[in-house]
Design a protein around this ligand. Structure first.
Ligand code: NAD
Length: 471
């Protein structure tokens, strides 16, 4: 029997079924974990529905206290949670520690926000107020690349706004969510936060459930489209944070030695498995050779290994499916470009791929057109800035992008022409809980983080009072 339990209605309960969780660095079974049945999903939704009236009637300050208590609990157990994150997800321990404390900080950020009533008009004739009301039960669905930080985009704003939640992590990274559920069981009122785990089979029924009022989803574009279709029948609210194929554009006035380490980190952190990783790099021909050389030198220095081993700078891919997909993209890229770093799969257990840099690759390569979500970066050259922007924008996605330059005005004018939810200048993937985050085109719908990310968990309600009594 697994030591991990689901959290349903304030109780830790065994799953009706069980499944294995694999350590991606060893390919060995790490532990057994509960696999909730659809009946248990329904129990979790029913518990969240029953808890909603009392929870939504509490004051926002009381709810913030609960969110603060969750943050304190994660912080007090951060080292243990980070170790578990490495074992289930694969990332190096330092990055896992960063994600864990980042999660605490994101939780606490939302405690600084409020949902004040906005008085739109207060005249002799009428008083009109805009209120933000909670929605009800939120279904929160999370992928496997950042199981902790992505939960902090959803749990704190949903709870502070007065909603209750059923959280479902990805099947390959359920353990940190279950451990946090166990730790916070007694600091959150029963039914307000429920955590269930599945084998990719409960997202669809959760989306279709009539008592779930909103789905807050982070994951692939293909699954996001299914969520949208599943929610349509009930006109359910959805926020979709989906895939991306972020372009970086490097102008001709950069110092290659200065920017290359930052470009490398933007593409390869978390083994490239970041929605807003830099996934295509367009470099001005004047600095192209030097940037390629620097990137390949840095990539060759990477120490690949188990995230718990000291010195490891890059862990494995998180799961076999992703590992196989990235290997396939590299094989195709060999014919379409020149591999100047990596490209090999070390002869050892674990889903490891060395950081791979491919230059002189055509725009039509799958590695350029698709989301690789792994440690391989195509580097393309350009001579005309507008051409680089056109090529960068020629994508179904629009999550993030970046411009790198010494002349900040020039960089800003390029950034202005790029089509994505966020464009960074001289940085990439610089997430901050106070800044709204969302994608354009197939990268998503709606916004997370910031005040907007809190308001997305509410229904706008207008009270329009004529200043005249009815008697
Ligand atoms: P995925 O879409 O396969 O799975 C994401 C989650 O959806 C999992 O919890 C999964 O169990 C669940 N799911 C599966 N089928 C479902 C269904 N029919 N209905 C509802 N939920 C269902 O994605 P993944 O492979 O785990 O994650 C990688 C993808 O996530 C990448 O494309 C990446 O870019 C994207 N991502 C986006 C963001 C963002 O903020 N935009 C952040 C992280 C990852």
């Amino acid at each position: 029997m697994s030591k991990y339990k689901l959290l349903i209605n304030g109780e830790l309960v065994a799953g009706d079924k069980a499944m294995d969780v694999v350590n991606p660095a060893t390919e060995e079974v790490l532990t057994e974990c509960p696999w909730a049945s659809e009946d248990q999903l329904n129990q979790a939704v029913a518990a969240a529905k029953a808890a909603f009236p009392a929870w939504s009637a509490t004051s926002i300050d009381e709810r913030k206290k609960v969110v603060g208590a969750i943050a304190d609990t994660i912080e007090a157990n951060a080292q243990e949670i980070a170790q578990l994150l490495v074992q289930e997800q694969g990332k190096p321990l330092q990055e896992a520690i960063g994600e864990t404390y980042g999660t605490v900080a994101f939780f606490r950020y939302f405690m600084s926000l409020d949902l004040p009533v906005k008085v739109i008009e207060d005249s002799e004739r009428r008083r009109v107020e805009a209120h933000h009301k909670p929605l009800g039960v939120i279904g929160a669905i999370v992928p496997w690349n950042f199981p902790l930080i992505l939960m902090s985009f959803k749990i704190p704003p949903a709870l502070i706004a007065g909603n209750t939640i059923v959280l479902k992590p990805a099947p390959t990274t359920p353990l940190t969510s279950l451990r946090i559920a166990e730790l916070v069981k007694d600091v959150v009122p029963a039914g307000v936060l429920n955590v269930i785990t599945d084998k990719n089979d409960l997202g669809a029924p959760m989306t279709a459930h009539p008592d779930v009022r909103k789905i807050s989803f982070t994951g692939s574009t293909a699954t996001g489209a299914k969520v949208m279709a599943g929610a349509a029948g009930l006109l359910k609210r959805i926020t979709l944070e989906l895939g991306g194929n972020d372009a970086g554009i490097v102008l001709d006035d950069v110092d290659p030695k200065k920017v290359a380490p930052q470009l490398y980190d933007s593409a390869f952190r978390n083994s490239g498995q970041i929605c807003i990783a830099m996934k295509r790099l367009y470099v001005h021909e004047k600095v192209y050779d030097e940037i390629c050389e620097e990137l390949s030198r840095i990539a060759d220095e990477a120490i690949i290994g188990d995230g718990l081993e000291q010195g490891t700078t890059m862990g494995p891919l998180q799961n076999k499916m992703q590992f196989d997909k990235v290997k396939e993209l590299i094989e195709e890229a060999r014919d379409k470009g020149k591999v100047i770093a990596g490209g090999e799969v070390p002869d050892q257990k674990g889903y490891f791929i060395r950081p791979t840099v491919v230059r002189d690759i055509g725009d039509d390569a799958r590695l350029v057109k698709e989301e690789q979500f792994g440690p391989v970066l195509p580097v393309l050259s350009f001579s005309d800035e507008d051409d680089a922007v056109t090529r960068a924008n020629d994508s179904p996605w629009g999550l993030g992008g970046s411009v790198w330059a010494s002349d900040l005005d020039r960089a800003h004018s390029v950034a202005d022409k790029m089509d994505a939810g966020t464009i960074w200048i001289n940085q990439h993937a610089a997430l901050d809980p106070s800044l709204p985050f969302g994608g354009s085109k197939s990268s998503g719908l709606g916004t997370e983080l910031g005040q907007e990310g809190l308001e997305e968990f509410t229904q706008l309600k207008v009270i329009n009072m004529k200043k005249e009594t009815a008697a």
